[in-house]
Structures are given as structure tokens and as C-alpha cells.
Write a new protein. Sequence first.
Length: 241
Amino acid sequence: MPLLEVNNVVYGVGPDKKTPILAGLSLALEQGEVHALLGTNGTGKSTLANLIMGCEGYRPASGEIRLDGTLINKLPIHERACLGITMAWQEPVRFEGITTRDYLALGRHHADPAACLSLVGLSPDLYLDRMVDKCLSGGERKRIELASILALGPRLAILDEPDSGIDMLSIQDVIHVISAFKKNGSAVLLITHREEIATISDRASQVCHGKILCSGIPENVAQHYKAQNCRTCGKGECHYV
């Protein structure tokens, strides 16, 4: 049985919820699998992430989201977190009055904050006692958030554009983080628009116009995605579907 099953999920926005974002999307992740979801801006990748996490205002109009076979459509975000689902946001939140050390230790009694920081390319000596506030750059906050997800040891980690806000030279750090998740037995849904990030996964899928366009070997899916030559989904008819 897959760890995560997304079955024919439909989701829309607008006053009548009829402007489609997801149009019958289906996807499955096995235990410990790293699955990359490729797509340009506007194709529904982040919407899918919010639906799986159970963020406020995100509930499927139809279809099912199951974890270990159990329907979780109506579960609030905190109950999904208790089941082992967690998410790294595109734009990490800021905190006032808490150090990086304390942030990484929240609810994580057996985690090693220094080791988690090292895995994301930050020096523990320089960052453990720094405040998690506006003084940190976007890239630093993104790395600290990734370290916090590592410290949690989730069953399913949703990484929404983990390379955003991180310079090109540190893409290798993202690869190290994903390898650490896999070593710890976590499944990862890796959302990205960069084919070089997607190729480190076990499997990959391309989403287009709210549906899965193709799935399979990451290199093949990445090449298919790269060949589209489209930068933003216009929400109209797509001849690649």
C-alpha cells in the first residue's frame, strides 16, 4: 500500500470555486520514496502541497487524499502533522525571540541541531545561537527551515521549491538534505521547476493544467518537461496533454 495516495482530486478557486486549479489529479508515493513533481508556475504544484498538508482554505472539491489508506480530506493541519506529514514552505516564516538552537529543538527531543545545520550547509558555531528573525537572509531562513524538517524526522516531507532563495552553488546542499531524508526513511514530495533538482529523485511526475502529464524515470520526465519551452501555464488548452 502506498504511503500517500491522491486520487482524482479536483480543486477550484473563485466565488463559485469553479476556476480549476487541479482537474482530477492522481499521484501516489511509496514509503521512503523521493518523488519529484515538475511543472511551470501556475500549474497547481503548490496548491497540491497545500491540499495534502491541509492548510486553511484548502479542501478538495472532490477526490481523495489518503495516508496509509486512511482518508484525510477533512483532517485539520495539526492532525496531519501528528500523523507525520510536514511541509517546508516556499517563503519560510520568521520568528522573534527564539534562537536557532531552540527552534530546531521544538518537539524534537532526540534531534541533533548541530548535525541538522551542518547538513544544510550552515556552521553550527555561527548559527545555533543566532535569532530566527529578520536579520537572517532569505537563503539562511530557507536552510534553517530545511534543518528543522530534518530534525522532525517526518514520515512524509513536502518540500515546496526547496531551492528557492538559495544560491546556485548550494544546490548540492539541497541534494544532501534529500539524501538525509531518504536515509532516515522519510518519503519526500519534491516540488520544483528545475530539472536538475528533479533528477535526484526516485521517480518524477510532470504536472500540467492541473493534471499529471507523465510519470516515470526522473531523467525522462525532466527531458519531457524541458522540451515544452513554456515558462508559465496560461491556463488554456495545452497541446502537451
